[in-house]
Ligand binder design. Sequence first.
Ligand code: HEC
Length: 120
Amino acid sequence: MKSLAAFLSTAVLAVSATGFSSAALALDVEAAKGLADQNNCMQCHGLRKDKDGPSFLSTADKYRNKASAVDEVIKHMTSGKDVKLADGTMEKHKVAKTMPANDAAQLKNLAQYILSIQPK
Ligand code: HEC
């Protein structure tokens, strides 16, 4: 009987955990960092430090209070437009790869993460 109760409470926890993540409202910081790492984004972007590209903080500042911010950042990460590196060379901006490909929720989560960076 005791183990049945334990089983039931685990099942309830599992269901509520699934319900929470499928709502997909909360920012998943670890997933965003993981995706940025897999895509080598941090090679050119610091969280708060400019490298070849602007820091994520300066992108967050640029778009602060703009309703279209998430859409514009997603567009930037997926369109492969020409960008200028610090040494003046031009190249196509990295297109963020997700598994499965072009996963809207993962791209949105990464954009929201970038836009969430606050000054220390
Ligand atoms: C080879 C270097 C490089 C890599 C790798 C790179 N970026 Fe960039 N990124 C740049 C440069 C340079 C700019 C500046 C573009 C400009 O202002 O025209 C930029 C700009 C941006 C911006 C600002 C867009 C805006 O509208 O102001 C965002 C957001 C961004 N990158 C996200 C990412 C993400 C996410 C990744 C990984 C998927 C990534 N970058 C990988 C070089 C890079």
